[in-house]
Design a binder for this molecule. Sequence first.
Ligand code: GTP
Length: 344
Amino acid sequence: MNALAKVPVTIVTGFLGAGKTTLIRHVLENAGGRRLALVVNEFGDVGVDGEILRSCGIESCPEENIVELANGCLCCTVADDFVPAIEALLSHEKRPDHIIVETSGLALPKPLVKAFDWPPIRSRLTVDGVIAVVDGAAVAAGRFADDPDEVLAQREEDAAVDHDNPLEEVYEDQLLCADLVILNKADLLDEGELARVAEDIRKTIPRSVKVAPTREGKVDADVLLGIGAAAEDDLAHRPSHHDAEEEHDHDDFDSFVVEMPAVSDPAALVSKLAKVAEDHDVLRMKGFLEVSGKPMRLLVQGVGARFRHHFDRPWAAGEPRRSRLVVIGEKGLDRAAIEAALAA
Ligand SMILES: Nc1nc2c(ncn2[C@@H]2O[C@H](COP(=O)(O)OP(=O)(O)OP(=O)(O)O)[C@@H](O)[C@H]2O)c(=O)[nH]1
């Protein structure tokens, strides 16, 4: 690559649990000879995504090219955390061919794209494309839509009703910034539902943007990387619910970490977690757990009440076998009740 050429950056956005990490892992495994670097940002400080990506140990993305920015929201810490992380990646002797940024599921992508318009950044980097990953099943189930009956009822009570739904706002902001939408979890939908969700997405985005159905984030790296959008030059076409604000906060969401004892029966635990998620409207749970008598650690992933678990790798020698689960939901999550239900 020409030493003066800008390094392309792909921003992968998408709501909690949509499949961003799964998609990126697939790209790393099928990078077609590209030298990749990753910046991973998570909401909730257990560092699950970084661990999943590091544990693939793939040549295209060596460990020193994976930077984790835990705890929060890249969109709010651009100057303090993100820019230095990117500069560190660019200073490596072998400069990456392409950088992929995984935002947290609650991050708004536009402030991040804006950062690439700053003179010291735009001279060296360009946003090749913003990819929005969508959980097709969650959209089909109406998770991001306001309940029309409820809005109507509120209107009758109060003419100036603010019916903003924080889930819907984050979801739409992510779509509105996208150059390509990956409609993931197609396996959970029938053809009619898939077509309906794709149509809803197209209607939400005023520009013409491709909507590609997928399973398990299996998208060709040549499709994802090399879009050439230069999104930093095109901010005006990417409207956001937060355009009028100088800063935004994430007060709409809560997260906490639960320390658990070692598990004896993973299947029973996962049924219990699914029940807790259902009862308390938990949006996301994930973590690594110790299973008594097993040398491998258990990766548990919940999106709403849908759970998956598998043993991902052996505990390393000297690695503390801690069982920790991050729990994320809308503000007002009943932490004490959730902890009590998990301990029962
Ligand atoms: N059924 C189904 N599950 C999927 C698919 N893609 C990913 N998943 C599962 O969805 C869960 C969340 O996937 P992740 O890739 O961790 O999602 P994410 O967007 O990175 O999640 P956050 O970083 O927490 O926002 C995991 O259990 C995945 O195995 C798919 O196409 N179909």
